[in-house]
Design a protein around this ligand. Sequence first.
Ligand SMILES: C[S@@+](CC[C@H](N)C(=O)[O-])C[C@H]1O[C@@H](n2cnc3c(N)ncnc32)[C@H](O)[C@@H]1O
Length: 225
Amino acid sequence: MKGVKNHFQEEAEIFDGLIRTLIPHYQEMIEALTMILPFHSQEHAKILDLGCGTGNVSLAIKKRFPQVEITCLDLAENMIQNTRYKLAEYSDVNYLVGDLRDLEAVAEYDAVVSSLAIHHLSRQEQRALYTQIYTALKEGGVFYNADNLLSSSEHLNQLYLKKWKEFMFQHHTPEEVETVWLARHHQEDNPQPLQDHLNWLKEAGFQNLDVVWKHYYFGVYGGRK
Ligand SMILES: C[S@@+](CC[C@H](N)C(=O)[O-])C[C@H]1O[C@@H](n2cnc3c(N)ncnc32)[C@H](O)[C@@H]1O
């Protein structure tokens, strides 16, 4: 996890440009994650953004639901710093430097969201996190995550990788994709099968599970407490 933190500390300034060259349909995925929140436009809901990075998800949420109170949590101070700048015009935003694995809230949030962060945890930590998120939600609260998602079939996993590489090749040389981005992916990321995520969410108590948006390796899924 130290490597993950250091990388994001260093990359905070260039993150917003870079992420759009590495994740296909990044903006559309964030929009999907945002628009599914079951609030009316002026609702005073409490939301937690786990692994907020430079605040792109929180910003999209604030634009759609200006009255919500958001807590932005991230391991890397530099990422949080960028979130602060980006959301400076909004009140009701809390900034926390911390590890999402230490989440101890009880019935505090109407929604917990996350994007491209949970795959950094080990398989067991991802499973355990769903119970922590369930506890952190109020009754009827929702959790949605946008992330890398493996298939349960090796054939599809190969296809997902091929499609992902094709996208990155549009912005980076094949050598950079292999030696930097895929090398880092193999070293620091632990994507898990979508089916396992859904099983773990069910096991934690979530209902109304659904996959809201999907593009090969990437998807948005979640459910309601
Ligand atoms: C790829 S970035 C995604 C940022 C943002 N959610 C987005 O979609 O633009 C992953 C973020 O997760 C954070 N992160 C990774 N592991 C974390 C952990 N255990 N606790 C809190 N934040 C974590 C990193 O510091 C980084 O800012």
